[in-house]
Each structure stands twice: as C-alpha cells, then as structure tokens.
Design a binder for this molecule. Sequence first.
Ligand code: IFG
Length: 527
Amino acid sequence: MKLTNTSLAAVFFLAALSFAHFSCTSKQPIPADLSKVNFIPKPVSVTATGSSFELTAQTGIYVQGETEEVKKVGQYLAEKLKPAIGAAPEVKTAAEAPKSGIYLTLAANDPELGDEGYNLTVTEDLVTLAANQPAGLFRGVQTIRQMLPAELESGEKLDSAWILASGTIRDFPSYGFRGSMLDVSRHFFSVEDVKRYIDLLASYKLNVLHLHLSDDQGWRIEIKSWPELTKIGGSTEVGGGEGGFYTQEQYADIVKYAQDRFITIIPEIDMPGHTNAALASYAELNCDGKARELYTGTEVGFSTLCTDKEITYKFIDDVVKELAALTPGPYIHVGGDESHATKKDDYIFFINKVQDIVRSHGKTMLGWDETAQANLDANSVVQLWASPDFARMAVSKGAKIVMSPATKVYLDMQYDSTTRLGLHWAAYIEVDSGYIWDPATLIPGISKENILGIEAPLWSETITNMDDIEYMVFPRLPGIAEIAWSPKDGRNWEEYKVRLGKHGQRMDKMEIGYYRSPLVPWGEELR
Ligand code: IFG
C-alpha cells in the first residue's frame, strides 16, 4: 500500500495521540503517607492509603449546590492553592462529585461532626471535603493547607510535585469556643494588624477573637452618641503614644473579615473598673463630677464608674446598643475585673444592671471571673483568669466557663526571666507548660461539661507592634489550639514538641516571628 503524505501524517498523528494518552494515563501516582503529615491541631483520626492526589494547573475545584457561603469557602481554598495550581481557578458548582478534582459538599450527613467537623477523603483522582456546615468545610481547608509543603504559604516554586497524600481524615473539635484575646487598649493596633491576627487564628482552626476595646489607657471603638470617648479617650496609650481607635466602619470591616473565616468577634467594654479613659472623656461619669486626667501608666484597679448615678447606666445602655448593632456574635464582654475601687455591694448591683442592659439588646453577657458574684443568667458566661473560687461560684449558678487560666494561657507572660517582652506576675510560661495541662481537670469542681472553651489572652502593656504580638503568641498558641480542638487522650509533650519543631518551617514560610524555644527541636536542617 502506497503511503501518501496524508496517510503518513495521519499515522504520525495517531501515534502521537496514543503516546500522549499512554504517557498521561501511565503517569504513576506518587506514593505518600498521610499518617506522616504534620498537623496542628492533630485531627481526631487519620487513615493513610499510601498514594496521592497531584495538584496541577488542570485541578478543578467544585462545590455542591449554590450556597454562597460554600462558594466562598471554595474561593478561599482556590486562593490558598494558587501556588500549586496556578491562578486561582474559577470555582464551579456541581450536583455531584466530579470524576476528578477537589469537591466540597455539605452532604456529610454525619451528626458527630457537629458544625465545625469534616470528613476529608483523598484518592488518586478525587479530593472530597464533606461537612454539615460551611464552617466545617473551612476548618477542613486548614487541614488541606497543612497537607501540602510549607512553600504553599510563601508562594515559592516547588521543584517536586504538589501532592496530597491519600487516605481519610475524620475530624471535629473537643470545644466549641476556641479563641484568643487582643488587648487593643493598652497599645492600639491597626485594622491591618488585627486582620493578620485573624488569619493566624484561622490557620489553627480557632473560632473566637475577643477584642479588649476599652481600659484605663484607651477607648478604642467609636460610639456615636458619646463622641468624646474616642476623641479624648482614644487619643493616647501606655507610654504616651498617639493611641487610636476603630471607627464603626472599621470595626464592621474587622467583624466581616473574621466572619468570612468563621471567627466570632467578642467586643469587651471593661467596667466598672479599668474605665479611666471614659472617666477622662466625660466628667459626669465620675462620682465627683470631675473628669480624670488621661492615664498612660500600667497600674490597675484605681478607677471605677459611678455605680449609683443614673447617667452611668444611660451611658452603658447607649454603648451596648451601638456595639450590639455592630456585633453579629452572641456575646458582649462586660469585663468586671479588678474593680478594687468599687465597693463589693455596689459592684454586684452594677453587674446585675449591666447584665439586664446586655440582655435587653439581645446579647449574652460574658465577664471575667469576678462577675460570678452577680445574679447570673443561666446563659451568662464567666471567663476564668485568676480565681478558681469565682469559677466554682459561677458553675454553682449554672453558668458556663471560658478557661483562660493566667498561669497557662496568658500570652503576655514571659517565656522565662530573659524574655525581653511581657510580665511574669502569674508565671513564666515556656512552650511546654503552656501545653502540658488539661482544661477539664485543671480546676477541682470544673469539668468538661462546665467548660464552653478556651481562650488565650494577649495583654499589651509591653506589646507595641505585630512583631511583638507574634513573638509572644507563637509558638504557644498552636499548642493551645490543639488543647481546644484535639482529643485529650494521646496528647503528650514529647510527641507534640517534635511535631511543633517540624511545624517551625511552616511558621517561617508564613513569616511568623515566633520565639525559638530551646525546648523544641526546631530541626536546623529545616532552616
Ligand atoms: N490582669 C488584668 C489585665 C492585664 C493583665 C496583664 C485581667 C482580667 C493583668 N485583668 O487579666 O488588665 O493588666 O497580665
């Protein structure tokens, strides 16, 4: 048979086609061991199947159904995976799982997962992330991030394939309230810093950011009906700097940024003590009718609102009304700590009235442990920081506890006596002592069912910028996130410190300026 040019071209074309087909289908999936991947917080269960799913420019991201929140999680994932799959791919909707790609679905139909749990299944062709609620998908995305090389976080090129080890992960949190507090009053921090902090919390599956918005040294949130609070009360900070405040628009922006990461903002207006900034802004709030001087020191316990003046409760009602309208979350934190200048009976009378005001604006009161002395509503929450007795008193009144024991989770505590930042009135807290404790057994009389969750406060008397924040918060916060998320059994420092050491590279790539504790094997070779 005479081969014409046409038939010759056809033969070559078919040969090329079959080779191309053979080469892409014959590409062997890269073996990988999911059980060796370094997770913080550690998932409930991980089962490896030894193979992997490769992310390429062809990898599609699909979400089941048209729920906006699910599409937003899909877009967040696409953004995060950009270094591996190129420009963030358009997220497609699908009625059912595609043949290959990454598939997000709310059809987990798995009550044990709750609102934040997820099932992640990785095969050579398909990654399926299933949850009951969008929040669960978002937590699962943090796990997917940790399954990929740390270069994902810096956007650097990888000279090997981007693979997800195959297998299944089933995961859900131990506690529903897992958070941190940022004191933006002693020193003020920009919206940008707060957003960076929210991103860091989201990476470790935390879901609460408590903002300490007022104290002796600064009032940080615009209240339209009491404008001097920020004009005067927001004009300075510890050390005499320029202070600052969030306009209501900026606060709403922070709330939305947190909400998009399934993080609840809890605003705190600390009272009746820790109120010098307000007392300096309005003379009529003082019992003697004289405005106080602005205060830029770090003493505590010297200020108090006037608990027997009607205007005090008008003031609080106006503040809580405006704040509640800007806060989708269920809580308003009323502070209540260190009211040494307030007589006990006046204090109890005051907290009872403030609780009524908070309830009247549709919110639930959260307060430091001294508020346990009041006639607590059943759903009011008490934050343990210093007094086991007050915590037990709260539990006896039917209240739930947020565990913030200063000796374990106060992130402004120095690591040791050489730490250049922080205080040590409660304890020196090295990385191990911040990890080796169990909230459910730490305080006699307080057990798991009394505990809503855990929160790690960062007070900012000595903290002035994002570098300081990261140095004090990391690497202790990932361990606290693990205590709040992962099952207690199986948790031990000897195993965790190795995992944390390997995690150092990921924190490096996330440009987190963490303290390189000598107690952790950071692995020089990873540097
Ligand atoms: N205690 C005070 C904070 C802060 C802190 C510094 C609470 C609830 C000491 N109150 O902790 O305002 O000054 O570690």
